[in-house]
Ligand binder design. Structure first.
Ligand code: PEP
Length: 244
């Protein structure tokens, strides 16, 4: 399985950020990098310009959300086929900031993931427990429930394990805990899970990523803050093992 490193730019970036996207694309084309599939998931407004920059390079472009319908009276929403047209290869669905800030349920996340697959892209389905759920010993039960309800029936999704308490806090999960949860997720996925990528997200930085990548069952990372600068995003990519 080729590891996957995904940048989640959240609500950051203007046209001036084309320089940073270009620097990421150029960096990925340099020889000697470990095997990797690298993606930046951008605000909708940057997708078309980013796609132009990424064309012909190893960089792939993705989005951070979509509607489950193809088109219609859904003011403010963007559909999966529209994202495909804008050059997206991946779409994040069910990020905890959307679950918490926009009341997204796992059922809704599943419908979005199915729409992404139907449009010929890969959904990155996010699951993770809150600090309170972890403290109550319910981390695995929370992840299991979210995973079962959020996963599309058809194959082809990527799973992102993102403990909510680790996102944007500077407090990453311990490699042993990440390995434990990824192993648990792999078990839940059954035979189909053998070829599915499970990536970790939550305060990944160039400083801590080596030990995270070294943890069992980790097939890459979903990176927020540290993906905004080409230098740190590329440093994370370069920290992948030379042989996956
Ligand atoms: C994220 O946006 O999914 C994320 C993990 O953010 P950060 O790396 O900043 O914690």
């Amino acid at each position: 399985m080729t590891p996957l490193v995904v940048g989640n730019w959240k609500m950051h970036g203007t046209l001036a950020s084309r320089a940073e996207i270009g620097a990421i694309a150029r960096g990925l084309d340099k020889p000697g990098l470990p095997p990797v599939e690298a993606v930046v998931c951008l605000p909708f407004t940057l997708l078309f310009p980013a796609q132009k920059i990424a064309a012909g390079t190893k960089l792939k472009v993705g989005a951070q959300d979509c509607h489950f319908e193809k088109e219609g009276a859904f003011t403010g929403d963007v559909s999966a086929p529209m994202l495909k047209e804008a050059g997206c290869a991946y779409v994040i669905v069910g990020h905890s900031e959307r679950r918490a800030g926009h009341g997204e349920t796992s059922e809704l996340v599943r419908r979005k993931a199915e729409a992404v697959l139907a449009a010929g892209m890969t959904p990155i389905v996010c699951v993770g427990e809150t600090k309170a759920e972890r403290a109550a010993g319910k981390a695995k039960a929370t992840v299991e429930a979210a995973l079962k309800a959020s996963l599309p029936k058809a194959s082809g999704a990527v799973i992102a394990y993102e403990p909510v308490w680790a996102i944007g806090t500077g407090e990453n999960a311990k490699p042993a805990d990440i390995a434990g949860m990824h192993g648990f997720i792999r078990l839940l996925l059954g035979p189909a899970g053998k070829t599915m990528r499970i990536v970790y997200g939550g305060s990944v930085t160039p400083e801590n990523v080596k030990e995270i990548f070294a943890a069992a069952e980790v097939n890459g990372a979903l990176v927020g803050g540290a993906s905004l600068k080409a230098q740190s995003f590329l440093a994370i990519v370069k920290s992948l093992p030379k042989t996956p």
